[in-house]
Write a protein that binds this ligand. Sequence first.
Ligand code: HXC
Length: 515
Amino acid sequence: MEKSFSEKYSNIRSVMLQGGGEKGIQSQHQKGKLTCRERIDLLVDEGSFIEDQAYVLGRASDFGLGEKHFLGDGVITGCGKIDDRQIFLYSQDFTVLGGSLGEMQAERIAAIQEAALKNGCPFVQINDSGGARIQEGVLSLNGYGKIFRNNTRASGVIPQISVILGPCAGGAVYSPAITDFIFMVDGISNMYITGPDVIKAVTGEEITHEALGGTEVHCTKSGVAHFRFSSENECMAFLKRFLGYLPLNNRERPPVVENGDPRDRETPAVFTIIPDSEKHAYDVRAIIEEVFDKDSFIEVSKDYAQNIVVGLARLGGRTVGIFANQPAYLAAVLDINASDKAARFIRFCDAFNIPIVALVDVPGFLPGVAQEHGGIIRHGAKLLYAIAEATVPKVSLILRKSYGGAFISMSSKALGYDRVICYPNTQIAVMGADGAAKVICRKEISESEDPKGKEIEKIRELRESFMNPYVAAGYGFVDDVISPERTRIELIRSLEMHYRKKENCPEKKHGNIPL
Ligand code: HXC
């Protein structure tokens, strides 16, 4: 090859690799952020990244864009490997017009989304963008439309993860929202459909970027984001670990990773973690730590709707999805946000062949005007729907009590749990003994000479006759009553029993989950 050609090539390549240029890179670093290429280097195995359409140029020239064409148009797209497993990705370049999405950036993103789907590989989207490129107007909006459609088509086929590492404003937010999980980093990630300036102009409210759409907001209040980190390094290291729990696509099972924790290990600590009285709280995460493979639990949406704990763990090396009532928060009652959180997680697990384990200790759905008016009927129905629809193996372990509608959604064979097991002191009933006595023994109690004493007597009677697992077991609603130290062993055996499960569903286009 002629030397002049190769010099020209290396010049163009180095311009392309610089994105918005040295000044932009410095400014990115000054904000405490990595560049789009540094992020990819952090994520994928060394030397594995292959870039697609690296020399794409924007075509718009209005509003001065004619002089501002950048090779790649503000995004890097391609594929790489994580622990030798292939993923596809894009990483937006904030140094190019604030990472804003124009026509050709959108074309690049859409093309790599389609490649991920055709190849059946997870898709990681690293967002750092001011949203629709204002100068490109409707072409930008059209680009978002393509991206949203591709996200939707890929939903349930390949895992899709959004990593927000900068602003994610306007149209940019809806693509992450369609994906399975959103990661955010403290101090640099913001998500909102309209920024503080627009809000001030429209409603008069004054608010900072952080208070409007920072990590704290989306991980605790809105429930939009699922994981938060204190640095980009921590975020990428976690993402690699997380992907190791997932299959590449919906036709595969997740990888099996044994960590040496014996399958026949007994779990005596369960005895001491769960207090005898149903009025005393405990942290269900201590049960998870004791029972599942050591240090394998990854909690999802940890700080949102904390009355339900959801997450991935391994049991005997196999990935499982756990959803567990949390007695340490709001007495583990099911409410709107908990139903929403659990239903979405269950549907993710079902889509990607991850068996579900329910850990149940629940007093029921939360009574109250705010819940009724907020649509608990509609939201609670999501949980029922998600469980009834899921065809993966489903095992329910009742830890202490399971009452009412919460019993149906979390531990009923009628809804489709393949196996229900519980401890000898489990209480299964329409409601707790205290409430039941007030309803069915009201007359007897009020007519008694000693109403208080009568009430205590009736509560005791009800507790003794109904509040045990053997009434439900007598109907076949509970498969086995186990001793707590055998919890790990019995869960592994229960899941193995149903490992090859296949369930045929009625032919339909898709269901209509209550949203
Ligand atoms: C074009 C943009 C841009 C955009 C930023 N830039 N956002 N260019 N379109 N949407 C450019 C800036 O002009 C600037 O260019 C460079 O990117 C860096 O931006 P700064 O403002 O200097 O950076 P910073 O102070 O860090 O602020 C970042 C920001 C802010 C918070 C993202 O730029 C901002 O508020 N942008 C607008 C956000 C927004 O309202 N987006 C909604 C778009 S409408 P120079 O040349 O000066 O370096 C939308 C609707 C789609 O998305 C709906 C679809 C459903």
